[in-house]
Design a protein around this ligand. Structure first.
Ligand code: 5HM
Length: 318
């Protein structure tokens, strides 16, 4: 059990490095691997990695979580924040496996909004339910080697217990150095969003993986990360306020305007969404103006966002 993701991340990587069960190369990619991995995160708001050796891309992390909540799976949205995602798109337009948003908000031919369904079940149908499950991987996916983009996440279960919303994530495969960081970030943000929709506390986050692994090219950086002295936070974590689907739509709409260059900093700072979401828009705005770093925008950020953004910028400069 871990209090923060920072601890969970470091210790998981150390575990895979020190006691790999297998060395193999699925689809030709050499890796070390552990099977049947599980861990529990007690504070899902502590979803950031503070390591100076890792320098998490916080702008991408929020963009990915919002991309999931947008219900879209288009490359255009996420490519702006992670140009390398293009490699996983077979048609150059969509990411049907990796773009979980479509699965979450418009699953299958009936376009089931799985998030609204679990909110409705836990609010109005059966708060004790064990069925509030957001299915992601599905049997219609082409799982032969020829497909470059198959969902790694099987699904996310929500359980409302003693007034707190717990999430249990099931993954068939997880890259402990790269994917783990962004997956836990996005999933716990979705957990927090659903908890706010229900008006309940955020509970624990359980992470279960069939194959957790580190790819050969990342081994050196993974070793450097575990050798480093653990970072101490000392800064509080941002806490999401009550958020409706309309607020998410407003945030996505503002992201679109920032993308088109239509908003200056004052427009963003005045934008009528709760401060938590405005902070994330400031991150997108800063990203849109790179390599320039606007001091006033930086100053407006939550201290943790400022720390992570600045730390990442240093890497870009170095
Ligand atoms: O061969 P396979 O489909 O498993 O290759 C995809 C790899 O991407 C996974 O094994 C995992 O290392 C990584 N991955 C991840 O960690 C991919 C996704 C996208 O669904 C993810 N986390 N969310």
């Amino acid at each position: 059990r871990y209090e923060t993701f920072d601890d969970m991340y470091r210790s998981t990587i150390a575990g895979v490095l020190s006691a790999p069960e297998f060395r193999n190369a699925p689809r030709g990619n050499a890796e070390i691997e552990v099977l049947g991995f599980s861990a529990v995160l007690h504070n899902p708001l502590a979803r950031m990695c503070l390591s100076p050796a890792r320098r998490q891309n916080i702008v991408f992390n929020y963009a990915e979580a919002l991309w999931y909540l947008s219900g879209r799976n288009d490359l255009a949205f996420i490519e702006r924040y992670a140009p390398r995602m293009k490699r996983y798109s077979a048609d150059g337009k969509t990411l049907p496996g990796t773009g979980y948003g479509r699965k979450l908000l418009a699953f299958g031919p009936d376009r089931i909004d799985q998030i609204e369904r679990v909110v409705d079940i836990l609010l109005n149908d059966d708060p004790d339910s064990k069925r509030a499950f957001l299915q992601i991987f599905d049997a219609n996916e082409d799982i032969y080697r020829r497909n470059i983009d198959v969902s790694c996440t099987l699904g996310l279960q929500l359980l409302l217990r003693d007034g707190a919303l717990h999430m249990v994530a099931f993954m068939r495969a997880n890259d402990a150095y790269i994917g783990f960081l962004s997956d836990v970030f996005s999933f716990t943000l979705i957990q927090e969003y659903i908890a706010r929709r229900l008006g309940v506390r955020v509970g624990r986050y359980y992470h279960h993986v069939g194959s957790i692994h580190i790819y050969e090219p990342d081994l050196e950086r993974a070793r450097a990360l575990v050798a480093e002295r653990p970072a101490t936070a000392g800064i509080g974590y941002p806490e999401m306020p009550a958020t409706s689907p309309e607020t998410i739509e407003d945030v996505l709409c503002a992201e679109g305007e920032i993308r088109k260059g239509n908003l200056d900093l004052d427009d963003v700072l005045r934008f009528s969404v709760p401060a938590y979401w405005r902070d994330i828009l400031v991150l997108f705005w800063l990203h849109s103006r790179r390599p320039e770093v606007n001091a006033r925008a930086l100053e407006a950020l939550h201290p943790l966002h400022r720390h992570l953004f600045t730390q990442r910028r240093m890497e870009a400069v170095n």
